[in-house]
Design a protein around this ligand. Structure first.
Ligand code: NDP
Ligand code: 8X3
Length: 251
């Protein structure tokens, strides 16, 4: 097997972390990113028995930081084959009239602009070697709008549009682009959305079998291991109990 290198944003938790673990076990070399450096260091230590791991601690929404950190990659990690644009979160769940502008800024800055800043720094490396794979993590909120989801849904609709745009513009460079759009995945996502209110966050996943981060990692791994001539445009993945963003069978 050809050894590949994957660059994963949001590797400190949830879907990004689960993907890092699965990729490591499949001997994919890793560049793991996130703001919480102590978590990155711990994960690096754990996964080093399987593969080479480099860590970069930066905030995806800080344009200069993103460029500087990616520029700092050591020579043997500069050649990125897979970019997993995963870092992101929802901040708040309120009507448009009650929305908090700082929350809106956070979602647009991280989920949309952050994804763009990271992609802007990595894409030239892929163009230069005429190959690469970009996986964008959208959401079912990229496909539907639900009550009080307004700006989070808008940010993920933007990810859906950018996924399509990247595939069009990068087609001539032999770069594959795919998106995964999950429904409810039990991660720290709701802790962040509800700003540390654990009771509210835990309630989101009660009474049904939510998707786990490892389920999404498995799908990401499937997508990136298709033969070179196969590109999956996108996949929408729900837990069985969830029919769409508003219909969820509990109990
Ligand atoms: P988690 O909260 O568990 O993980 C979010 C990750 O994003 C963390 O590693 C966090 O790292 C990173 N992150 C957040 N903000 C920043 C930032 N400003 N700069 C750098 N990294 C950042 O949630 P999930 O694993 O569930 O979320 C991953 C992706 O999946 C997100 O894009 C989310 O929107 C999407 N998603 C989640 C669903 C769910 O139900 N859980 C469903 C559909 C989509 P750190 O804090 O260390 O920086
Ligand atoms: C996370 C899933 O339904 O809370 O993107 O938007 S949802």
């Amino acid at each position: 097997m050809i050894i590949k290198t994957a660059f994963i944003t949001g590797a400190t938790s949830g879907i990004g972390k689960a993907t890092a673990i699965l990729f490591a076990k499949n001997k994919i070399r890793l560049i793991l990113c996130g703001r919480r450096k102590e978590r990155l260091l711990k994960l690096q230590k754990e996964l080093s028995e399987f593969t080479d791991v480099h860590i970069l601690s930066f905030d995806v929404s800080k344009r200069e930081e993103v460029a500087k950190e990616i520029e700092s990659l050591p020579v043997d990690f500069k050649d990125v084959d897979i970019l997993l644009n995963n870092a992101g979160n929802a901040h708040g769940l309120s009507s448009i009239q009650d929305g908090i502008i700082d929350d809106w800024d956070a979602m647009i800055d991280i989920n949309v602009k952050g994804l763009l800043y990271v992609s802007k720094a990595i894409i030239p490396k892929m163009i230069a070697k005429k190959s690469g794979f970009i996986i964008n993590i959208g959401s079912v909120a990229a496909k539907e709008v639900y009550p009080n989801g307004n700006v989070y849904c808008a940010s993920k609709h933007a990810v859906d549009a950018l996924n399509k745009a990247m595939r069009i513009d990068l087609n001539q460079h032999n770069i594959r682009v795919s998106a995964i759009h999950p429904g409810a995945v039990e991660t720290e996502f709701s802790e962040v959305r509800f700003k540390g209110d654990s009771e509210k966050a835990e309630g989101v996943y009660q009474g049904f079998d939510a998707l786990q981060a490892a389920d999404i990692a498995d799908i990401i791994h499937f997508v990136v291991t298709r033969p070179a001539h196969v590109n999956i445009e996108d996949l929408v993945v729900y837990p069985t109990a969830q029919a769409n963003t508003t219909i969820l069978k509990r109990g």
